[in-house]
Ligand binder design. Structure first.
Ligand SMILES: [Zn+2]
Length: 194
């Protein structure tokens, strides 16, 4: 996994050891178990990194209180986790814009069946997808977009839909930090993930 330049370094803790990612939740309300899974995915990242996700109240306006301090600071870049009703899972890479950085993580939706096809449920609220999108939010590209990926995998572009091909382009800005190619990365692209 490689890190992009626009990382979430805007809100360090006073001792400089942690970095907070303020976020709000919008869209349809999540079910209780969906909220629990989202928290679990965030915790899983927090346990292994200096990142701390910090939920802020969208009604609190343009400021938020830095955790464990009495410091109120302007809420500039923040993530907005959106439960859309369309089954969409996706986000930009890193802190890609000032202000709202949307992360589309649709809760469970049932897609009506057509003739001969059963109704299907879709959701982004499973651990694998939640981690995938949250890692994008933190600045990680897909593993197979590493500049050295051709030494490790073969991409069959002719089998990829034209509109999805950009997801298989290598990304020069990726810093690999000397880490070996990770075939078990959560940042492999699955057909329904972007
Ligand atoms: Zn992705």
């Amino acid at each position: 996994m490689g890190l992009d330049k626009a990382i979430w370094n805007t809100y360090p803790s006073p001792d400089g050891r942690l970095y907070y990612v303020p976020y709000t939740v919008q869209g349809s309300p999540y079910r209780q178990w969906e909220r629990r899974r989202l928290k679990q995915a965030m915790l899983s990242i927090e346990r292994r990194t200096c990142i701390r996700f910090w939920q802020v109240n969208p009604r609190s306006g343009k400021f938020f209180t830095l955790p464990h301090t009495a410091k109120t600071i302007p809420l500039r870049s923040h993530a907005v986790i959106v439960n859309s009703r369309d089954g969409r899972c996706g986000t930009g890479i890193g802190r890609h814009r000032p202000g709202r950085n949307p992360v589309y993580l649709a809760g469970t939706v049932t897609v009506p069946g057509t003739v001969g096809l059963a109704r299907k449920t879709r959701t982004c609220t499973v651990q694998r997808i939640l981690l995938h999108e949250l890692l994008h939010l933190l600045g990680l590209y897909h593993e197979h977009q590493r500049p050295d990926r051709d030494e490790h995998v073969i991409i069959h572009y002719n089998r990829v839909k034209r509109t999805h091909r950009h997801n298989y382009d290598t990304e020069r800005s990726i810093e690999m930090h000397g880490l070996p190619y990770d075939y078990r990365s959560e940042s492999w692209l699955c057909s329904w993930l972007v």
